[in-house]
Structures are given as structure tokens and as C-alpha cells.
Ligand binder design. Structure first.
Ligand SMILES: [Zn+2]
Ligand SMILES: [Zn+2]
Length: 370
């Protein structure tokens, strides 16, 4: 029987290469040959053990997969409108279709995990649930009927297509959820892959002024953000408010998006720099017990701000992300800085996390064929 190699997380900061039987594909499911799998901040947290409350090890990580349909059942082909040989990307979260959230059309908040799991997201389902191949850090990934897929043009290099999740997040956070309009000023805290994707999305939405704020060591990322449409790059240790008010003629920003991890400073600054009636999107994972220093609380009601938390992208944002990547309008290939073989997942994660001296990473992916 044919087998697939896969990286399996067996403990905190502990990976093992294992082999699994390829599943028998029925009428209603499919098998994907993984060409690339993007890595994001939650992969770093998963590796570090920070998500242990959600995880049931052992599991194959990887929730940002790009691949080619290797085998597909007749009913699955009809329902997904796909055939063998098509290149696809997968949405990470899958709904059960039956709980309250799914019935409301909100499958991102589905509360029914697979047996023994607390969340039903690819890359977070244990290998003890057959057919084990639930994650993208493998040669093959199993596509069950609940997964949502988007077809991607085969001319797009897989490592560029693998940016679909940061791009979808940018579309959700900097355009669709805040309702960014032509002529708006958008300020983005963070210049990693999601921050840069927010710049592209705000630019595509017609924002007339876009400012990005990041740490001084992210100078190259800030430069790259300008290639995606940012007008101003501000270092986090500068007087951010003064620069934003100068940029906006004293008005403040229509939309502020915070995608930074851990630091709370941008939240207080966002309340300062948003215009009256403005919108603040909070999408950065800050960890437990985080307090917001210097928050001028009364400005929230005095300026009648809308503050909205957003997690991952919704279905339409994924569909738009694929079109935006295919359009070639933005230089997404420049965001991709590193590819690693399966066996180097640990190095790939450390590279993305900035833990490898001398390496500058924006977007990192795994390539199982390497
Ligand atoms: Zn991710
Ligand atoms: Zn559900």
C-alpha cells in the first residue's frame, strides 16, 4: 500500500517524521498531493506548546496547504466542481453543518470538533483519528466532505499560492470587516505577512493614504510594504500619533488595524489615532493576562469608536484572496522568502519566528517535494 511521509508533532517543540497509509478514497472525499504549506504565527505557538489547551497530540500540523487533487470521488467532484489534477487551497476551519453557529451560516465558529478534538481545523486534528492525514505538513493530505476548497490557477507557483491565508486575512481585516472605502486613511500596526497583506487589501479597496507601523528591526518589511501601496512607514519607537495626525491633516485615521502579536501598545495608540467615528480592528494574538497600558478609555465613547475583534478570514475573503493573487496586481512573490523540505519544519518555524540569526523572513513555506 502506498504511504505518505508526514511531520508529526509528538510534544512541545518535538517533531517526528512518520509514514501513514494513503486513505482509500470513496464517493464523497478526495486526496491532495501537497505542493506547499504556509507557516504562520499559530504554527509557532503550536510548536512552542502555547496552544496545548486546544491540541490533542500527536498531530500533523499545517493549516495553510496548497496542492493538486490526486484522487477524487464522483460526488465530491460534483459538489466541489473539481477534478483530479486541479490545484486547490483549503480553508482551515470546517463546520459540522449542524450546530447553532453552522445553522446561522457562521461555520468559522462551529463548536463541534471531531471526536476527541476541541477545534475542527486542519492541522489541529490528531493522527489517532483515521485517516490521520489531516495536516498540510505532509506529502498527502486527506480532504473530507466538510472542508472548503478554492481552485487556484496552475500558473501560480505553489509557494505564492500558499500566501492565500495571509492575503485572505488582510482582505477581511483591512477591507471587508471595517468597510474601508475609497479615499479612506488606513493605519496598520505590524509589517509581517499579514500586515503587508492588509496594506495590499486597503490599497485595493481604494484607501488614499496607508501607513504601516513596525519595529526598527523590521525595516526591510516596511520597505516591502511600500511596494504593496503603503505611503508612510513609521517606526514603533517614534511618535506614532504625531505622524498619523500629520499624515491626515489632524483628522486621524478612518480605519486602524492591529495585527501585532503580544505587544499591547498598538491598542492604546489605535484609540488615540482613530478619527471620531472611526473603526479599530483587533486581530493580533496577545496571549493570556494582557492589560493595555496607557489606554485612554474615555476616548472610545467620546469619539464613538467601533472596536471589532476579528479572527481568521471568512469564505468570501478566501475567494477574493485567490483572485487577488491570480491577478498579478501585487508582487506577492516578493513576500515569500523561504522554502524548506518537510524534515526542516523546526528550522522553518524558527526562521519565521526570527530565532535564526542573520535570516530575514516574511513568508515561509514547506515544500514536501524538496
Ligand atoms: Zn495560519
Ligand atoms: Zn458546526
Amino acid at each position: 500500500m502506498a504511504k505518505a511521509r508526514a511531520v508529526v508533532q509528538v510534544g512541545d517543540k518535538k517533531f517526528e517524521m512518520q509514514q501513514f497509509d494513503l486513505p482509500r478514497i470513496g464517493d464523497d472525499d478526495a486526496l491532495m498531493r501537497v505542493e506547499a504549506c504556509g507557516i504562520c504565527g499559530s504554527d509557532v505557538d503550536q510548536y512552542d506548546g502555547k496552544l496545548n489547551g486546544l491540541l490533542s497530540l500527536p498531530m500533523i500540523p499545517g493549516h495553510e496547504p496548497v496542492g493538486v487533487i490526486e484522487e477524487i470521488g464522483a460526488e465530491a467532484a460534483r459538489r466541489w466542481n473539481l477534478k483530479a489534477g486541479d490545484r486547490v487551497v483549503a480553508e482551515p476551519a470546517r463546520g459540522c453543518g449542524h450546530c447553532g453557529a453552522c445553522k446561522r451560516g457562521d461555520s468559522r465558529n462551529c463548536r463541534i470538533g471531531r471526536a476527541g478534538t476541541k477545534i475542527s481545523v486542519c492541522g489541529f486534528i490528531p493522527t489517532t483519528i483515521p485517516p490521520a492525514l489531516w495536516g498540510g505538513m505532509a506529502e498527502f493530505m486527506y480532504l473530507d466532505p466538510e472542508i472548503a476548497l478554492h481552485k487556484v490557477a496552475s500558473e501560480i507557483p505553489p509557494e505564492v499560492a500558499a500566501l492565500y491565508q495571509p492575503v485572505a486575512a488582510g482582505i477581511s481585516w483591512a477591507h471587508r470587516v471595517p468597510g474601508t472605502k475609497i479615499g479612506d486613511t488606513v493605519v496598520i500596526f505590524g509589517a509581517g505577512q499579514r500586515g503587508i497583506a492588509c496594506v495590499a487589501a486597503a490599497h485595493q479597496a481604494g484607501a488614499s493614504r496607508i501607513a504601516v507601523i513596525a519595529r526598527r528591526q523590521s525595516e526591510r518589511r516596511l520597505k516591502l510594504a511600500k511596494e504593496f501601496g503603503a505611503d508612510a512607514a513609521i517606526y514603533a519607537d517614534e511618535d506614532v500619533a504625531a505622524q498619523v495626525f500629520e499624515l491626515t491633516g489632524g483628522e486621524g485615521a478612518d480605519v486602524v488595524v492591529d495585527v501585532t502579536a503580544e505587544t499591547m501598545t498598538p491598542i492604546a495608540q489605535a484609540v488615540d489615532i482613530a478619527r471620531p467615528g472611526g473603526t479599530i480592528i483587533l486581530a493580533g494574538v496577545k496571549g493570556p493576562n494582557a492589560a493595555i497600558p496607557n489606554l485612554k478609555n474615555d476616548r472610545i465613547f467620546a469619539k464613538e469608536l467601533t472596536i471589532r475583534g476579528v479572527k481568521n478570514a471568512d469564505h468570501d475573503s478566501f475567494a477574493i484572496a485567490v483572485k487577488m493573487i491570480e491577478s498579478g496586481k501585487y508582487p506577492f512573490a516578493k513576500m515569500h522568502t523561504h522554502s524548506f523540505p518537510l524534515g526542516d519544519l523546526e528550522l522553518a518555524i524558527k526562521t519565521l519566528a526570527g530565532r535564526v540569526a542573520g535570516e530575514y523572513a516574511v513568508s515561509v513555506s514547506l515544500d514536501p517535494a524538496m
